[in-house]
Design a binder for this molecule. Structure first.
Ligand code: GCB
Length: 597
């Protein structure tokens, strides 16, 4: 799926800004075509709605809400094909133009678009209404709990007096099976973009290779007719390097794309036919897992970084380019080189930035929370087809970014209780993921702290990715015992002859809380915790990377384990460094990006 662009043949109109908004509650029903004239709020797009108003309903709400806005398109657009594109509506959407339902979409973290050429008349006002549903349940990704009512009297809660068990407090609330706030709404940009009416370029896929000192770019362009697509490759200064009309370009003495701002060389591939034009940044690089190494351009990489979230005050999960730029700068400041898009694909602009700045991305689907208490999640949850859809859509969106170096199919599923079913589920998805990516990037999923001897699927991934909390959720506060346990486990993984990466390890830390004898929640404990893990990694050649949890503090559902959110950040939510940020900066600046192990 191509990102909208303005050029000599296409144009983009932003629909971001103030929209009319209301929760669909208190007996309010949306009748398609109804225009909101009263009882609505003005709300900013893109942004989550939850923290924009001083109303607890906005944070606690579970259900549908309505966004509405009217537009008139200029007559100069008459000659073009019109596409309405939503970059992300969380968690699902019904879209109306005036009273007509024009599309529905499930899943809150990937774009969808609709051809509206025949639905609107240029020069005539029309109204877009979007009904957004924020509910998560056993059919959605991320997964939520179906039981919306009676959450406070659940029989699983040991603190509920036995005489109250089974009693229901009548309130719909979201019960996410994941540890980030279920921020909802028009979280990313909304636009109308145009293409020529015929002959438009529908899709482009790029694969690159290195032969000696030269680069090879193979491109596959899909048009709505059979016309030949011509390619022109330009270097950074805009000089033409090569042209082609046969899908392949040889680049003599190619400059490769690699880690770091100075090394992230991007060419521009311009594709055109008689009606259309599209330009794409291309980084020439190869990726391969060989033995216990992860090779970028044939050099073994050591991953330094974290899992992140798209999360900030007030905007919630709303797209904010300024935060992306700030975060990329902090990644460089730390001497880090990579992150995982835990736990959903991020806004496309972040990948574009990472292409330019040489930051590696492990791209993750929203498949988080695949565990169902005592029950078999592979039977209880109705997610398989949707899971395939999000993998397909994520790859369709992100396949051309050089910064994307591995696909993560999901985070912390239960692989231990029903090992055979887990294997069947995840291994078939692994094959499916590989089959969709012409670049054939490595594929993995990220596994939780479990009885790793029972998990028979993680060890079959291209890279084994482990989330571990020795010293936090277990052996709490005792780093000596934690390191003993971690090393016991790493001895096991050493036998598997696979590259292994730690994709989460961390400690909640209250910024400003200090201790001479480091104890949990103090800044000193977090720093010692992370460095102790680092020491264990340094001793093992098969550990190819460390991505601690988390880049910054982030919002979660409230609960006894979370004081104003998850506090495992190296930075506060406002991006102020904790002591551990300085400690990791020192460590990472002394570890090279490649040829470390
Ligand atoms: C995990 C999850 C992550 C949580 C983290 C924590 O294992 O993957 O989503 O936020 O632990 O801090 O508990």
């Amino acid at each position: 799926m191509l990102y909208p662009q303005t050029n000599s043949c296409r144009s983009v109109f932003s629909l971001d800004g103030l929209w009319k908004f209301r929760l669909i509650n208190d007996g309010f029903n949306y009748n398609p075509g109804d225009i909101l004239t009263s009882d609505f709020e003005w709300i900013a797009v893109p942004a989550s709605y939850n923290d924009q108003k001083e109303d607890k309903a906005y944070r606690r709400f579970a259900g549908e809400s309505l966004y509405q806005r009217s537009f008139t398109l200029p007559k100069i657009m008459e000659a073009q094909r019109l596409l309405l594109r939503f970059d992300a509506v969380t968690n699902s959407a019904r879209v109306y133009i005036n009273s007509e339902l024009i599309t529905t979409h499930k899943g809150g973290y990937l774009p969808f678009e609709i051809d509206i050429t025949k639905k609107v008349s240029v020069g005539v006002e029309f109204t877009i209404s979007v009904v957004v549903d924020n509910r998560v349940n056993s059919t959605t990704l991320p997964v939520g709990n179906d039981k919306l009512k009676g959450a406070f009297f659940g029989s699983d809660n040991a603190q509920v007096p036995s005489v109250q068990k089974g009693k229901e407090y009548q309130a719909d609330i979201n019960l996410p099976n994941f540890d980030f706030f279920n921020y909802a709404g028009l979280n990313r940009s909304v636009r109308i973009y145009t293409t020529p009416k015929t002959g438009y370029i529908k899709d482009i896929t790029v694969v690159t290779d290195i032969v000696g000192r030269d680069g090879v770019i193979s491109y596959y362009a899909l048009c709505d007719n059979d016309e030949t697509v011509f390619a022109t490759l330009k270097d950074k200064r805009g000089s033409v390097v090569a042209t082609s009309d046969n899908g392949s370009i040889m680049v003599k003495d190619a400059k490769l794309w690699s880690i770091g701002k100075e090394n992230a060389y991007l060419y521009t591939l311009e594709l055109s036919n008689t009606s259309d034009f599209y330009s794409l940044s291309v980084g020439i690089r190869t990726i391969e897992v060989r033995g216990k190494q992860f090779l970028l351009n044939n050099q073994p990489v050591y991953f330094k970084g974290f899992g992140k979230h798209e999360d900030s005050h007030i905007k919630g999960r709303g797209f904010d380019l300024t935060y992306d730029v700030k975060d990329a700068g902090l990644i460089h400041w730390l001497g880090a080189n990579s992150f995982r898009t835990s736990h959903y694909p991020y806004a496309e602009e972040m990948y574009d930035l990472c292409d330019r700045e040489g930051i590696l991305i492990i791209d993750e689907t929203p498949a988080v929370g695949i565990a169902a208490g005592q029950a078999n999640p592979y039977e209880v949850l109705d997610i398989r087809a949707h899971h395939e859809d999000v993998i397909k859509d994520m790859i369709a969106r992100d396949k051309n970014h050089p910064c994307v170096i591995m696909w993560s199919m999901g985070n912390e599923p239960d692989t231990e209780s029903y090992p055979r079913e887990a294997y069947e589920y995840w291994h078939s998805l692994y094959d499916y993921t590989h089959s969709l990516d012409r670049q054939n990037r490595p594929v993995t999923f990220v596994c939780s702290q479990n009885d790793y001897t029972r998990d028979i699927v993680a060890r079959t991934m291209d890279v084994v990715c482990l989330n571990r909390y020795y010293g936090w959720y277990n052996l709490s506060g005792d780093l000596d015992a934690a390191m003993y346990a971690l090393n016991l486990e790493l001895d096991f993984w050493e036998q598997q002859n696979k590259p292994v990466m730690l994709t989460e390890y961390g400690a909640d830390t209250v910024s400003g809380m200090h201790a001479t004898v480091p104890e949990m929640f103090s800044e000193e404990y977090q720093a010692q915790f992370l460095l102790a893990y680092g020491e264990a990694f340094d001793k093992r050649d098969f550990i190819i990377g460390e991505q601690m949890w988390n880049f910054a503090d982030f919002g979660t559902i409230q609960g006894p384990m979370r004081a104003g959110g998850n506090k495992k950040g190296l930075f506060t939510r406002e991006r102020k460094p904790k002591l551990a940020a300085h400690a990791m900066r020192h460590r990472w600046n002394n570890i090279p990006d490649v040829d470390y192990k």
